[in-house]
Design a protein around this ligand. Structure first.
Ligand code: PMP
Length: 387
């Protein structure tokens, strides 16, 4: 173990913890004791600071109940759960929805429960680790295609065995690149080759579409998605995740998804918060629009300065700097200048594509973002990065 740690250190791959807590000003954090503009959280609507109030007695009771005491199937099924899941299914336009303890648990549990080892899964190379692990758990054959290479995906679909089922699984917004899945094409391929389509809306739920319903809804394609997954710890400012879909799908997961059956349910207080924040998020179309406008201006200024933001088209904006060492040097300099700018290295991203991942939120004021941009651009010039 010690030698592995040493090796990781030499390669610039050792990770370490720094204490982080909310600062008084929304959009700012105190990190390692220093006040920093928070350009790293997934709190896209600023709802982590939301102080919801409610006159609803069920929600009030749930807000005060901090332990579920058991799994859902035993005595952990507080009435706030069906209330939340009904609201979620209504927003998503699905027959039903099911809450999981985390996005990691939702993806691994769902894929392992649905996909059999006789099936083939088609997975974008940049899909989240929880999807990769879920496919591994299922034991299915996997065809990984290069990011957005739909030609390669189609070829793989054509050549796949006709015996088992086919599953196309993709992030809606890719977490480290800020790119958006080509949903229209994926839906066409799904129908043409008789595949199921699972969409992970971790970074798009609450952020895209009318009422923040998600990317599938933004493209009016929701009825073509068989399994709609999303998280509650990002734009919804709470914790947990969900799967939305047909009633039979949800009933199947309640019997077979091991990460749902064999775990203590989320505390009712967390679920109540998810419900209130979901309701709040549904009313934030204006904030969603401003967020994407700010992201566009942020990207354009970085690109105008000759910096590489990849193909981002969302609130997630990577600044690609190549080596791990470059990412570490830039991260340290930006943090010293008051920005929570975190280096992202392999295995989170492919080797040679280390980056700083900036994420913008509705809590940011443009003056602060402009100041951050000036700092980022001058620091990159000083360090001779990306020019
Ligand atoms: N899917 C994607 C695309 C993610 O980015 C993440 C978390 N970063 C997850 C799933 C896992 O969600 P959670 O953090 O709730 O476990």
């Amino acid at each position: 173990m010690q030698s592995l740690l040493e090796e990781q250190k030499q390669q610039g791959l050792l990770r370490s913890l720094t204490s982080s807590e909310p600062a008084e000003r929304p959009g700012w954090i105190r990190r390692g004791g220093q006040l920093q503009l928070d350009l790293a959280s997934n709190d896209y609507l600023g709802l982590s600071r939301h102080q919801p109030t409610t006159a609803d007695p069920l929600i009030q009771a749930a807000l005060n109940c901090h332990a579920s005491t058991a799994s859902r199937l035993v005595v952990g099924n507080h009435p706030i759960y069906p209330r939340f899941e009904t609201a979620l299914a209504e927003l998503k336009g699905t027959e039903a929805a099911l809450t999981f303890c985390s996005g990691y648990a939702a993806n691994t549990g769902t894929l392992a429960a649905l996909v059999s080892r006789h099936d083939t899964v088609f997975s974008d190379r940049l899909n989240h680790a929880s999807i990769i692990d879920g496919i591994r758990l299922s034991g299915a054959k996997v065809q990984r295609y290069a990011h957005f290479d739909l030609g390669a995906l189609e070829k793989a679909l054509q050549n796949s065995p006709t015996t088992g089922r086919r599953w196309i699984v993709t992030d809606a917004v890719f977490s480290m690149d800020g790119t958006q899945a080509h949903l229209t094409e994926l839906v066409r391929l799904k129908h043409q080759y008789g595949a199921y389509l699972m969409l992970d809306e971790a970074h798009s739920a609450g952020v895209f579409g009318p009422q923040g319903a998600g990317l599938a809804h933004a493209h009016h394609l929701q009825s073509h998605i068989d399994i709609l997954m999303g998280t509650l710890g990002k734009a919804y400012g709470s914790h947990g995740a969900y799967i939305a879909g047909d009633r039979v799908l949800i009933q199947h997961l309640m019997q077979q998804a091991r990460s749902w059956v064999f775990t203590t349910a989320l505390p009712p207080s967390v679920v109540a918060r998810s419900l209130l924040n979901l309701q709040q998020a549904m009313q934030m179309d204006q904030e969603r629009e401003t967020l994407q406008l700010n992201a566009k201006k942020f990207r354009e200024q970085l690109q105008a300065a000759g910096l590489n933001c990849g193909a981002s088209s969302t609130q997630i904006i990577p600044l690609l700097v190549g080596s791990n060492e470059n990412a570490l040097r830039l991260g340290t300099a930006l943090q010293g200048a008051g920005l929570a700018a975190i280096p992202i290295r392999p295995p989170t991203v492919p080797a040679g594509t280390a980056r700083i991942r900036f994420s913008l939120t509705a809590a940011h004021r443009w003056e602060d973002l402009q100041h951050a941009l000036d700092t980022i651009i001058s620091t990159c010039q000083k360090l001779e990065l990306g020019q």
